[in-house]
Design a protein around this ligand. Structure first.
Ligand code: P1T
Length: 377
C-alpha cells in the first residue's frame, strides 16, 4: 500500500486488497483453525491460526498502515496486547508509567506483573522533567497514555521520547485518541497499542487489541510472544474491527464535533464543577492538544459536586447508556471510581467519586445535550 495515502484512504484500503482467490472486495472471514500442507513445512503462508490467519493478517497490515508503522499485531483484547508487550521484560526490570491510566492496566501491572519481578513507578508525566528523577539504570520501558483514562490529561510524546535513553522502549496506549487524532510512531514512540474494542472497532460489538511498530527486531520478539502466549483474536473479531475501521475518520470527526459542543454546554452548567476536555481553552494543556492532536476526540470527564450527584446523573440519562467501555457510535456514561477504575482504590491512582466520564457518540448533538440537561436538572 502506498505510504503516501492519507488516513481516510488507508482506513478503507490498507491490508484490504481484494481476495486473490475470488475477487471478494471485503476481506473474507477465514474461519479455520488450521491449514493443509502438501509436505511437512510446505504451505501457502499459514499453518495454524494461533500463529497466523489471513483475516488477522489483513487487520495487522491495516493497523500498521494507519499508525504509519511497518508492522502490526492483533490480540484478543487490549489487555492481552499490553501483557504481551510486558513479556519483553525480565524480572528486575523497571517501568515508568504515567500516574493516570485505565484501571485494568494498573491492575495488570501492580497485581499480576509485579509478582513476576517487574517494578513500576507511577509518575506525573505532564511535567517532562519529572521523568528524569524516575529514570533508573534498570528502566526498560516508558508506558504512556494520552489523553489519559479517565482524567483526560495529555503527555508531550516527543518531549518525553527525547528524555529517555535509546534502550528504553517507549510504548503509547493510543486508545483514547485513535490514529485519526495522533500517530505516536511519527512522534518517536517505539510501540503504539490500542484497545480496538473502542474507536477502531467503533460499534461496541467486539473486544480486541492491536499493536503497531517499526523496529524489525522488536517486531520479531513480539510476534514470537504473540504465538508463544496465544492471546490472539478469532477471524470474525478481526473482520469486525476491519469493518469498523473503514469509517474511523468520519466517526472521529463527528465524535469530536459533538464532544466539543457538549463540553461547552457542561462548562456553563451550574451543577458541573469542572470539565476536563482537551478541546476547551480551559484545559491546562490546550496548547499541547492543538499541537499534538488533529481533533480533541470524543471523551469528556467532568467533576460534579458530590458522589451522590455523580451517581444520580448517570442513572438518569436515557441516551447516554450507563456502561463501561467507550468509543462506540452510541453515547456511554459512567462513574470511573465505581466502575472502570475500581482497581485503583486506595492507590495513588485513585480517582474521585465525583468524577463522571462521558463517551460522546455520533447521535444528534441536540438530543445528547437535552439528555444531559434533563439528567442534571
Ligand atoms: O478492554 P480491553 O480491550 O482489554 O482494553 C483495555 C484498555 C486498555 N487501555 C485503555 C486506555 C482502555 O481504556 C482499555 C479498556 N477500557 C475500558 C473498558 C474503559 O471503559 O475504560
Amino acid at each position: 500500500m502506498n505510504d503516501a495515502y492519507r488516513l481516510e484512504t488507508l482506513a478503507i484500503h490498507a491490508g484490504q486488497e481484494a481476495d486473490p482467490a475470488t475477487g471478494a472486495i471485503m476481506t473474507p472471514i477465514y474461519q479455520t483453525s488450521t491449514f493443509v500442507q502438501s509436505e511437512p513445512g510446505q504451505h501457502k503462508g499459514y499453518e495454524y491460526s494461533r500463529s497466523g490467519n489471513p483475516t488477522r493478517a489483513a487487520l495487522e497490515a491495516c493497523i500498521a498502515g494507519l499508525e504509519g508503522g511497518q508492522y502490526g499485531l492483533a490480540f484478543a483484547s487490549g489487555l492481552a496486547a499490553i501483557d504481551t508487550i510486558m513479556r519483553l521484560l525480565n524480572p528486575g526490570d523497571h517501568v515508568i508509567v504515567g500516574n493516570d491510566v485505565y484501571g485494568g492496566t494498573y491492575r495488570l501491572f501492580e497485581r499480576v506483573l509485579a509478582r513476576y519481578g517487574l517494578r513500576f513507578s507511577w509518575v506525573d508525566l505532564t511535567q517532562p522533567e519529572a521523568l528524569d528523577a524516575a529514570l533508573a539504570p534498570q528502566t526498560r520501558m516508558l508506558w504512556l497514555e494520552t489523553p489519559t483514562n479517565p482524567l483526560m490529561t495529555l503527555v508531550d510524546i516527543p518531549a518525553l521520547v527525547a528524555r529517555v535513553p535509546e534502550h528504553v522502549i517507549v510504548a503509547v496506549d493510543n486508545t483514547f485518541a485513535s490514529p485519526a487524532i495522533q500517530q505516536p510512531l511519527r512522534l518517536g514512540a517505539d510501540i503504539v497499542m490500542h484497545s480496538s474494542t473502542k474507536y477502531l472497532g467503533g460499534h461496541s460489538d467486539v473486544v480486541g487489541g492491536l499493536l503497531a511498530l517499526n523496529d524489525e527486531k522488536l517486531y520479531a520478539d513480539l510476534k514470537f510472544l504473540q504465538n508463544a502466549i496465544g492471546g490472539v483474536p478469532g477471524p470474525m473479531d478481526c473482520f469486525l474491527v476491519l469493518r469498523g475501521i473503514k469509517t474511523l475518520a468520519l466517526r472521529i470527526e463527528r465524535h469530536s464535533a459533538n464532544a466539543l459542543q457538549i463540553a461547552q454546554f457542561l462548562e456553563d452548567h451550574p451543577a458541573v464543577t469542572q470539565v476536563l476536555y482537551p478541546g476547551l481553552e480551559s484545559h491546562p494543556q490546550y496548547d499541547l492538544a492543538r499541537r499534538q492532536m488533529r481533533y480533541p476526540g470524543g471523551m469528556i470527564s467532568i467533576l460534579v459536586e458530590n458522589p451522590e450527584a455523580a451517581r444520580r446523573m448517570v442513572s438518569r440519562t436515557k441516551l447516554f447508556a450507563l456502561a463501561e467501555s467507550l468509543g462506540g457510535v452510541e453515547s456511554l456514561i459512567e462513574v470511573p471510581a465505581a466502575m472502570t477504575h475500581m482497581s485503583t482504590q486506595g492507590s495513588t491512582l485513585e480517582v474521585p467519586g465525583t468524577l463522571v466520564r462521558l463517551s460522546v457518540g455520533i447521535e444528534h448533538v441536540d438530543d445528547l445535550i437535552q439528555d444531559l440537561q434533563e439528567a442534571l436538572a
